[in-house]
Design a protein around this ligand. Structure first.
Ligand code: XMP
Length: 506
């Protein structure tokens, strides 16, 4: 396995992801809390960081056990770290070095095996390495950055200023493969199958005969987490599926049946009325989220208390849930939207948390589900926000508005499925706008609601673009909605990307 020491870069998780794409198991640990058993790792990667090696609070872990003893690759800050503390010189750069660059010099070396001069790399740093550390050799340069890569002689220590983990570094994966496979000799045997095997065995050991409660949402993440736990502890996993009244049309009964069919020990709880009551008259998006989060916890808490001696709470948290809510460096980070499924557990529940998917991205979760033989349709489901239709009904919520939106949403989503478009879209849904507009139906003037349709493509929800759906499809969908859903007389299509917009409207 491979150790990635995290110095707080926004893209550290991408290193883990690229390494896993090479079918190599990796673990990410904070730089100041490295694992005890360093010997069990075959190679170590130092991540980038928002910090500067020249700063007062410089992150300066002791690498004695690592450097010189095992293959080591420093990326960006990691490279500057190796230079600065190895007798070289790091200084503020005169020119800001962000974005695309091309290699302008590569010498013949193992790290750049099969990577040619001219290859595009991605830079993002404000400090630059002015002098290489003692005993080192230059491996590559770009036009603006002479010391773009170096090796320390007599050690398997390598350093690169650019980010091989980001998509824009065209040969980034090749470089990581060169380092891990050809230099460090790591075996490529990490697959979704082996993830399942390893995770199930770890869960068995961690949980023993303990009871675990898990809230199923109908989504991919909680379902895959449930299957993993089910494999590990069987009936000791108690699943609770709450109907908050804000799910898609017919979703509660349909998905509940599906869960039972998968052999899960699941209880369906219809708490629609309780949620609607808590939302009454509330139109502020964050307050709506908070209200839903609070009621969810109350309902869940009641149900969890009914399970005797339950000690664990399992969550289907995946990595993108974590980064938008929490700052990696522990400092303040802007709350863009408070995703209620993260960190929403009240202290008094005193349950220990188990999150088997916390290190995975969505597409990896799907691969893991597939390897456990889970239903293709369940795994292919679009992401759906925890607060559900509440954040797609702009303004206050009433049961009538929920009904209208459920009907509109069902027509749109079924239309996507019937026209073979569903799997081409990352997420889709309808939004009920707090806007009435004039229309004419038959000979009568109407004054009714307007709905927006939203369909985006994305890989992780962090950035997204609107989907160019065929006009003919939009036309049919619009007709169907206006003809069939009473209360709607106008349909618009959202053509905004994220950023600067977000996927949801609230
Ligand atoms: P935004 O609107 O922030 O959405 O671009 C990004 C992804 O997150 C989902 N989302 C939420 N999920 N609780 C959730 O569980 C929330 O409060 C929430 N808000 C947005 C959204 O559907 C998209 O997939």
């Amino acid at each position: 396995k491979v150790l990635i020491l995290d110095f707080g870069s926004q893209v550290t998780q991408l290193i883990g992801r690229r390494v896993r794409e090479l079918n190599i198991y990796s673990e990410i640990h904070p730089y100041n809390k490295p694992p005890e058993d360093i010997d069990s790792y075959k190679a170590v990667i130092l991540s980038g960081s928002p910090l500067s090696v020249r700063g007062d609070n410089v992150a300066h872990p002791n690498l004695k056990k690592i450097q010189g003893n095992k293959p080591l690759l420093g990326i960006c800050y990691g490279a500057q770290y190796l230079a600065h503390f190895g007798g070289g010189k790091v200084a503020e750069s005169n020119t800001r070095e962000y974005g695309r660059a091309n290699l302008s010099y590569v010498n013949d070396n193992e790290l750049f095996r099969n990577i040619s001069n001219g290859s595009q790399v991605w830079m993002s740093h404000s400090d630059t390495i002015k002098e290489l550390p003692t005993n080192s050799k230059l491996l590559a340069s770009t036009h603006d950055v002479e010391n773009a890569a170096f090796k320390i002689e007599g050690e398997q220590t390598y350093a690169i200023q650019f980010h091989p983990e980001v998509y824009h570094s065209k040969d980034g994966t090749q470089l990581l493969e060169n380092f891990l496979v050809h230099i460090a000799g790591v075996v490529q045997d990490w697959t979704p199958d082996s993830f399942v095997e390893e995770t199930v065995s770890n869960l068995k050991e961690q949980l023993g005969n303990d009871k675990v409660v898990l809230g199923l949402s109908g989504g991919v993440d909680s379902s895959v987490a449930a299957m993993l736990l089910h494999k590990a502890i069987g009936e000791n996993l108690y699943c609770i599926f709450v109907n908050n009244g804000l799910l898609r049309k017919n979703e509660f009964s349909g998905v509940l049946e599906q869960y039972k069919g998968m052999g899960l020990n699941v209880k369906g709880v219809d708490a629609s009325a309780r949620f609607l009551e808590a939302l009454e008259g509330e139109s502020d998006p964050e307050k709506k989220r908070k209200a839903i989060g609070r009621v969810f916890i109350e309902v869940f808490d009641d149900e969890a208390h009914a399970i005797e001696n339950v000690t664990w709470l399992a969550q289907g948290t995946i990595y993108p849930d974590v980064i938008e809510s929490v700052s990696v460096t522990g400092g303040p980070s802007a709350t863009i939207k408070s995703h209620h499924n993260v960190g929403g557990l009240p202290d008094y529940m005193k349950l220990k948390i188990v999150e088997p998917l916390k290190m995975l991205f969505k597409d990896e979760v799907r691969r893991v589900g597939k390897s456990m033989g889970m239903d293709k349709e369940l795994l292919g489901r679009h992401p759906f926000p925890g607060p559900g239709l509440a954040i797609r009904i702009l303004g206050d919520i009433t049961s009538e508005k929920v009904r209208i939106l459920q009907e509109v949403d069902a027509i749109f989503i079924n239309g996507l499925k019937e026209n073979g478009l569903y799997d081409k879209v990352w997420q889709a849904g309808a939004i009920l706008l707090p806007v009435q507009s004039v229309g004419v139906m038959g000979d009568e003037r109407t004054y009714e609601n307007c709905v927006a349709l939203r369909a985006v493509e994305s890989t992780d929800g962090m950035t997204a673009d609107w989907v160019n759906l065929p006009y003919e499809f939009l036309q049919k969908t619009s007709n169907a909605i206006i003809n069939r859903v009473k209360g709607v007389n106008r349909v618009v299509y959202d053509i905004s990307s994220k950023p600067p917009a977000t996927i949801e409207w609230e």
